[in-house]
Structure formats: structure tokens, C-alpha cells
Write a protein that binds this ligand. Structure first.
Ligand SMILES: [Zn+2]
Length: 356
């Protein structure tokens, strides 16, 4: 078994500035290079990077971006980036040169996907930046410029003739961009597990189930704030597994955020690195049962500088089946709130019962 790992130094050069508003003393933007660089550093230090298959990104072409994004949007990002940078959308600043870096992120997720489809590796992890799952057709959002996973799915379909793809997004925020890309499409099953009502506002409700031919091919699992491992593992068992099994995908893509961790400043969930290890094993088992283990993770959010590295290490250890000697100093076995609570189970069961 082999796991591909994709990374590029330039992902760290995407400059989101100070996050300042007229009322707030300048500080780093939440989405800055540190969490991801520290994750890469821990992977290196643990010895894991050396045991993975190195994958190198390329930039997505403009034709590839146009599979999802509008000409006007692509042109506006390029023009701003060629000068001093600007805003891709609300809360989504970028500096000079980020157009090329965002194309490298989209292209990176494409490369990680092709490595799995070609059989070069069994599964893969793309540690890309900027993230992608909030990016809409004609608007950046939530620190995302281009829809990395949506574009990889479209590429797999157009170039590799993959007919059915499932996306399973466990970033703590709703994967609105991926949902938008395939809302009418019965050949891409989009699933998002996220904190109820968090971001984007009024997005990610249970009622959003797809439209036209895509009806029932979008599933949102909005969990209440304060959900821990019990709620997440039950949501996967009772909703994700049966939905994906009956869909029979040929490929699974995972928009993978670590902002559902207990230490994250932008989410209010309780997952630990051990949760991510166990949840990854569940998705891997699902991929083995449905699509020959073909699963690709693409990095999304996660804003705890201290904890994202451990969550990322545990996830890639589970993907590769390699256990390093690093232990998670911040993880606690006795964290409260990990058991499935009745109000969490109620929403999970409601969604499970609504599956066709
Ligand atoms: Zn997020």
C-alpha cells in the first residue's frame, strides 16, 4: 500500500495580510501559512514524509478553472494578483501572485487525484493552500479562491471518464462551493458534515438536498456545536456509509479541514487527533468497500497552530497505515463531551431516515 503526499513551498507564500479592519489592531489573518507549515514540519520530523510517495503539483490551466468558475471571476483574480492583490470575496484577501498559487492549489488536488486514478498510489493527501471548498462559481469566500476539490472532480470526470464521485467534507464549515458545483448533478454525491449555522450564514441546512436531476445527491449533516467523536462517528456510520454505499462511487474526495478540533478558534467542536485517526479509518474502510480504496484528501481549514499538525499527522498515519513515534501532547483521553448526546443523535437519525 502506498500513500501520495503533495506539497509545495509556494503554498506558504499566499499572503492573506493582517486581517485588519478599521476597528481591530492588525494581527495575522486566521488563514495564514503557519498551521500548514507546522503540519508539514511535524510530518517531516516524524519521518513520515520520507515513507510517502512525493507528488509535485502543477498549476491548473485556465481551461481547467473554467470547468467551474466564470471567465469574469478568473480574470478579476488574475488582474488583482498581477498588481497588489485584493479581495476574492468577503473575508478573502490575497496578495500579489496569489493567482498563480491558487492555480497551484487547484492543480495540486488534480495531481493528487490523478496519482490515485492512475494507480501510482493507493490514496493521497494534498496539503494545498489556499483552501477551496467555500469558493463559488463567481465569488471567493471563506479564505477560498478556486474550488480545489470541485475542480479535481470535474477533471476526473472529463479526462478519466470517472462516472460517479462522492465528496465527504468534514471541515467544520459547510462545503457550500462544492455543493454549488454539483447541485443539479446526480453523478457527484456531495456530503458535508459541519457545525450547524456556523458558516456561510444560512447555508448547509438539511433541506438542501440538490435540485432537478441532482435531487437527493447532496446531503448536509449540520451537527450542533459541542459535538465530539461520538456524534461524528455516528454521523458517518448512519448517514455517510449507507449513502455512499448505495451510490457506488468510483472515487471519493475528502475536503479535509481540521477546524472541528477542540482547540480551533473558528469552530466549536471537540474532535482530537485520535478522532481524526479513527474517522479516517472509517472513510478508508468505506473506500475499500466501494471504490477499491481510491480516496484523496485535500486540505481545507484548520486554524490552531498548535493542534492542526497533530490532527494532520494522525490522519496521514491512518491513510498510510504507518505509525510514527510522535505522540500528541495536547490530546486528552478524558475530554468531556465525546459521547453521542440525544440532541445530536436526533438530527443524525432524522437525516438517516430521509435517505432515499
Ligand atoms: Zn473551515
Amino acid at each position: 500500500m502506498s500513500t501520495g503526499f503533495l506539497w509545495h513551498e509556494k503554498y506558504m507564500w499566499h499572503d492573506t495580510g493582517s486581517g485588519a479592519t478599521p476597528d481591530v489592531e492588525p494581527d495575522e489573518h486566521f488563514e495564514n501559512a503557519d498551521t500548514k507549515r507546522r503540519m508539514k514540519n511535524l510530518l517531516d520530523l516524524s519521518g513520515l514524509t520520507d515513507q510517502l510517495v512525493r507528488l509535485d503539483p502543477r498549476m491548473a490551466t485556465e481551461d481547467e478553472l473554467r470547468r467551474f468558475h466564470t471567465d469574469d471571476y478568473i480574470n478579476s483574480i488574475r488582474e488583482l494578483s498581477d498588481h497588489l492583490g485584493g479581495m476574492a470575496g468577503p473575508g478573502t484577501p490575497f496578495g500579489k501572485g496569489s493567482y498563480e498559487i491558487a492555480k497551484l492549489a487547484a492543480g495540486g488536488t488534480i495531481v493528487a487525484t490523478e496519482a490515485v486514478l492512475s494507480g501510482q498510489v493507493n490514496n493521497s493527501y494534498a496539503l494545498v493552500r489556499p483552501p477551496g471548498h467555500h469558493a463559488e462559481r463567481d465569488l471567493g469566500r471563506g479564505f477560498c479562491i478556486f474550488g480545489n476539490v470541485a475542480l479535481a472532480a470535474m477533471h476526473a470526470r472529463d479526462i478519466w471518464q470517472i462516472e460517479r464521485i462522492a465528496t465527504i467534507d468534514w471541515d467544520v464549515h459547510h462545503g457550500n462551493g462544492t455543493q454549488q458545483a454539483f447541485y443539479d448533478d446526480p453523478n457527484v454525491l456531495t456530503i458535508s458534515i459541519h457545525q450547524d449555522g456556523l458558516f456561510p450564514k444560512d447555508s448547509g441546512t438539511v433541506e438542501e438536498r440538490g435540485a432537478n436531476n441532482g435531487q437527493n445527491y447532496n446531503i448536509n449533516i449540520p451537527l450542533p456545536a459541542g459535538s465530539g467523536h461520538g456524534a461524528y462517528s455516528t454521523a458517518i456510520e448512519r448517514v455517510v456509509v449507507p449513502a455512499v454505499q448505495s451510490f457506488r462511487p468510483q472515487l471519493i474526495l475528502v475536503p479535509c479541514g481540521f477546524d472541528a478540533s477542540v482547540y480551533d478558534p473558528l469552530g466549536r467542536m471537540l474532535l482530537t487527533s485520535e478522532s481524526y485517526r479513527e474517522l479516517t479509518k472509517m472513510l478508508l474502510a468505506l473506500a475499500n468497500a466501494t471504490c477499491d480504496g481510491k480516496i484523496v484528501f485535500s486540505h481545507e481549514g484548520g486554524y490552531s497552530k498548535r493542534y492542526v499538525p497533530f490532527c494532520g499527522l494522525a490522519t496521514i498515519e491512518a491513510l498510510s497505515g504507518i505509525r510514527t513515534e510522535i505522540t500528541d501532547q495536547a490530546g486528552r483521553d478524558d475530554l468531556p463531551g465525546q459521547e453521542l448526546a440525544p440532541h445530536q443523535e436526533a438530527i443524525i437519525n432524522e437525516i438517516a431516515q430521509s435517505l432515499p
